[in-house]
Write a protein that binds this ligand. Structure first.
Ligand code: NAD
Ligand code: TYD
Length: 351
């Protein structure tokens, strides 16, 4: 079946993996990647698909409603997978406005454009909203987030994502817009901007720089390999029930400090250093404000109803990830020195 699918945020970390999967797996679909190319968006992430006939890149801000509406109209968009967002908790603590702007108002702009384009004829249409487990707040020592866990976001990032989730569901309940939402745990893998824990620490170990561990390093995160997230989105997009929510996670919890020691071990081995030599780089720093203690996702609904399961064991995923960053030092250097930003500014100045 032919479909015109708008993926937002496709030049980012998870978005680029999803675009790659969809473009390669579904040649009959036209994939439109709408991305503003903020500091986190990088077209180099998609160099291997940019010439495919079923792929089009559109540089735009999701908050620009008139432009978004025109994109829907011109390209006869009949499905959306919405990932574009400001995504880093620490940045949200510094600058909450840009999170409300993109994550809340940007999502509203896309919802309005979809509703406008589809004009109440929702047959074959879908608005898929990609969200995070952070909307549920923090867990104590035990228990899991399920799809019915009440929302209790703590950071400006998670508050903005929670708000966007509510708008998406409100459009379903009020206007009948066909929506589906997924809430996923922390992702890791290639092409993640090195401000997030795993790529930042791999890069710092490589450069013998301090590893800033927040608080005592006792916070727990549930890590999922990014390609498994992209596969889950594919499964939910095609087989998920309209109006439903699906939690995505790998049942793979790690205390930060334990994860950091695994990372050090793998990077040291790859670099031919003595095992654990880089542990001396661990530096405990002031805790993040409002730091959520623990996230853990129960993804059994997705497994039982749609048959999705993670494909990679964590050890294998982390080795692949470390190797990717070490073998792609140009990519790392490029995104950390801002050169690619200057390039895009120049390239798109007159558009
Ligand atoms: P990212 O920061 O790597 O990428 C975000 C992308 O959105 C970038 O390409 C950026 O240029 C684009 N973007 C930002 N503002 C925009 C705007 N106003 N208009 C158009 N494009 C804009 O993020 P990510 O880690 O790939 O996350 C993608 C989505 O998945 C987000 O919605 C995030 O909340 C969600 N999520 C992320 C994780 C994770 O661990 N990274 C886990 C669960 C859910
Ligand atoms: P992060 O990758 O920012 O993801 P999130 O905050 O969305 O879970 O952080 C993962 C965990 O690592 C989180 O508990 C905060 C911690 N952390 C550090 O200890 N030091 C760091 O420099 C960073 C970026 C994160």
């Amino acid at each position: 079946m032919k479909r015109n699918i708008l993926i937002t945020g496709g030049a980012g970390f998870i978005g680029s993996h999803l675009v790659r999967l969809m473009v390669n797996k579904y040649p009959e679909y036209q994939i439109f990647n709408l991305d503003k190319l903020t500091y986190a968006g990088n077209l180099a992430n998609l160099a291997d698909v940019e010439d495919k006939p079923n792929y089009t890149f559109i540089k735009e801000d999701i908050c620009n409603f008139e432009a978004v509406r025109a994109i829907f109209e011109e390209n006869k968009i009949d499905a959306v997978i919405h990932l574009a967002a400001e995504s880093h908790v620490d940045r949200s603590i510094e600058d909450p406005f840009s999170f409300a702007q993109t994550n809340v108002l940007g999502t509203l702009s896309l919802l309005q454009a979809a509703k406008w384009q589809w004009k109440d004829n929702f047959e074959g249409k879908l608005f898929y909203h990609v969200s995070t487990d952070e909307v549920y707040g923090a867990l104590g020592e035990d228990g899991f987030f399920v799809e019915t866990t009440p929302y209790k976001p703590h950071s400006p990032y998670s508050a903005s994502k929670a708000s966007s989730d509510h708008f998406v569901r409100a459009f379903h309940d009020t206007y009948g817009l066909p929506v589906v939402v997924s809430n996923c745990s922390n992702n890791y893998g290639s092409y993640q901007f090195p401000e997030k824990l795993i790529p930042l620490f791999i890069n710092n170990i490589r450069q013998n720089k301090p590893l800033p561990v927040y608080g005592k390093g006792e916070n727990v995160r549930d890590w999922l390999y990014v390609e498994d997230h992209a596969r889950a989105i594919d499964v939910i997009f095609h087989n998920g029930k309209v109006g439903e929510t699906y939690n995505i996670g790998g049942f793979n919890e790690w205390k930060n400090i334990d994860l950091i020691k695994v990372l050090i071990k793998v990077v040291d081995k790859e670099l031919g250093r003595l095992e654990g030599a880089s542990e001396k780089l661990i530096t405990y720093v002031k805790d993040r404000a409002g730091h959520d203690l623990r996230y853990a996702i129960d993804s059994s609904k997705l497994k039982n109803e749609l048959g999705w399961e993670p494909s990679l064991q964590f050890e294998e995923g982390i080795e692949k990830t470390v190797r990717w960053y070490l073998q792609n030092q140009d990519w790392l250097d490029n995104v950390t020195n801002g050169e690619y930003q200057n390039y895009y500014e120049k390239m798109y100045k007159n558009r």
